[in-house]
Design a protein around this ligand. Structure first.
Ligand code: HEM
Length: 488
């Protein structure tokens, strides 16, 4: 008995000793690095997690003031580093040293190659956007008619943000699955809900994802291993809607050969991949891959554009007194010049004031820290300012530090002033991080900004819009046809 007890004590001491050695080595390795200051926190284990979740803005601005532009926080049981305007550029452009950290591990749900899909989206959007503008425009006008319509009598809209989302979904669907499919009500609904289905699935406390990514993955993927997926309903609807279209396209392509004119949409890009459609055999198409790649496309394109368009629209209504008349004059002039015909890309680039308004609205948006990146430089990375961080450290960008900086943004940087910009909303640059920067900068930004411009241009021309509350985000809006005539 005594022997067993002694043996247990010996094993316990050995384990404690080993832990101490590991901790010592970890600490001594870290001690050698010139790490950014770790902001003070009161409670061990909890660290800054609570304030990070509940009042991130205060936490970041106080820490920034106290410790300078680069500092570390203890969040979810892990040290993270936050960088300000000086080091942001380094993180976004040094691709050998920093990798983009996906906020949600969508690869567990979606059965496709994410980087291949992002390449495809990039090539498709940058190569074909000018041919897509006409379709986007037609569908925006159609969607405005469906969801707002004729307002000869003032019409109260109780959920304006939902209306904007509904409108945005149609043109985006038209460039993903094409004109034949994009009008099906069930398809549009599943497109609108897939982003939130995926996001909700990962609502497990991300504490695990930081400290024990492996355990987090095992934990969140338990339902998947039992055959349940948050997007199975989405897959079913998408496949049922695209199947006949795909079959027709493959048969036509086989039959007509070079004389066949390929439709211009993302679906066709997937069909052009021989791995997805071996031998153009309609019975052998990898539909699961296509449906999942489309879900990833929607994940990147729809939520972001919706959020930004809604925000800009609310800003427009909120700042009506100051900007509406001027923006209306610009829209009217452009509309007169194109004489009611479709807007060309030249016409859209003449919307200089609207573009600047959109840019300002996106700049001033309340994103505080964003775009987490992981340090992949071994064994550590040294910033130009001398601070060092170890391999594996997650680095967040303090976007506000750039977006609210007087030197970069001009006078009164925290205030909304639409005409402060001297470059278009799509331009990625050091002082404007809405679309990221460098190799991974958002490839869909021209599509998103053009879509927002076309939407707002048409709304400004067509309606007089009033908010029923001081804060338009919370209340209903009244839409009424504009009294002045315009050609459309
Ligand atoms: C206003 C709307 C949008 C915003 C604010 C936005 C923002 C962003 C940001 C911040 C990034 C990360 C950039 C980086 O790591 O440096 C990104 C990446 C990406 N965005 Fe967008 N985006 C928008 C619309 C779109 C649209 C419409 C599409 C598709 C047509 C799209 C497709 C993508 C893709 C594929 C990536 C990944 C790029 C890569 O990994 O190389 N985005 N976006």
């Amino acid at each position: 008995m005594i022997e067993i007890a002694l043996e247990n004590t010996y094993i316990q001491s050995l384990i404690i000793g080993l832990i101490l050695v590991v901790v010592y080595f970890k600490l001594s390795r870290r001690a050698k690095l010139n790490e950014p200051p770790l902001a003070y926190y009161q409670f061990p284990f909890i660290g800054h997690t609570w304030s990070f979740l509940t009042n991130c803005q205060k936490l970041i601005s106080e820490s920034r003031e106290k410790y300078g532009e680069t500092f570390s926080l203890y969040v979810y049981g892990q040290i993270i580093t936050v960088v300000g305007k000086e080091s942001t550029y380094e993180v976004l452009t040094k691709h050998q040293e920093f990798g983009f950290k996906e906020q949600l591990p969508t690869n567990h749900i979606l059965n496709h190659d994410i980087s291949k899909n992002h390449r495809l989206i990039r090539d498709f959007i940058t190569g074909k956007l000018k041919y897509l503008l006409s379709r986007l425009q037609k569908n925006i006008i159609k969607a405005i008619d469906i969801y707002i319509g004729d307002c000869a009598e003032p019409r109260v809209i109780h959920e304006p943000s939902k209306i904007i989302s509904d409108i945005i979904a149609i043109p985006i669907a038209s460039i993903i699955v094409g004109e034949d499919c994009c009008n099906h009500e069930d398809l549009l609904e599943t497109f609108k809900s897939v982003t939130s289905s995926i996001s909700k699935f990962f609502l497990v406390p991300p504490i695990l994802s930081f400290k024990y990514p492996w355990l987090y993955q095992k934990f969140v993927t338990i339902p998947l291993r039992f055959g349940w997926s948050p997007i199975s309903k989405y897959r079913k609807i998408v496949i049922s809607r695209i199947k006949s279209v795909v079959e027709k396209r493959l048969n036509d392509k086989k039959r007509l050969g070079d004389a066949w004119v390929a439709p211009l949409d993302a679906l066709q890009c997937y069909l052009d991949d021989p791995e997805i459609t071996p031998n153009l055999d309609p019975n052998n198409v990898n539909y699961d891959y296509i449906a999942d790649a489309i879900a990833d496309f929607i994940f990147a394109a729809l939520g972001t554009t919706n959020f930004s368009a809604t925000r800009t629209f609310f800003d427009l209504v909120k700042r009506k007194q100051q900007y509406w008349q001027e923006l209306y004059q610009e829209a009217r002039e452009i509309n007169k010049q194109c004489n009611g015909y479709e807007l060309t890309s030249d016409d859209i680039s003449k919307m200089v004031k609207l573009d600047s308004f959109i840019k300002e609205s996106l700049r001033i948006a309340k994103a505080i820290i964003r775009l987490p990146h992981k340090c992949i430089s071994k064994p550590y990375y040294t910033f130009t300012n001398g601070y060092q961080i170890p391999y594996g450290r997650v680095v967040y960008l303090n976007v506000v530090d750039t977006h609210h900086d007087e030197e970069l943004q001009g006078q009164n940087p925290t205030e909304f002033y639409a005409y402060r910009h001297d470059s278009p909303a799509t331009k990625v640059e050091r002082k404007y991080l809405v679309f990221g920067l460098g190799k991974h900068a958002c490839p869909g930004r021209s599509l998103a900004v053009n879509e927002m411009k076309m939407l707002l241009h048409n709304l400004i021309l067509k309606y007089d819009i009033k908010s029923e509350t001081i804060n338009p985000i919370r209340g209903s809006m009244v839409f009424e046809n504009r009294k002045e005539e315009f050609v459309n």
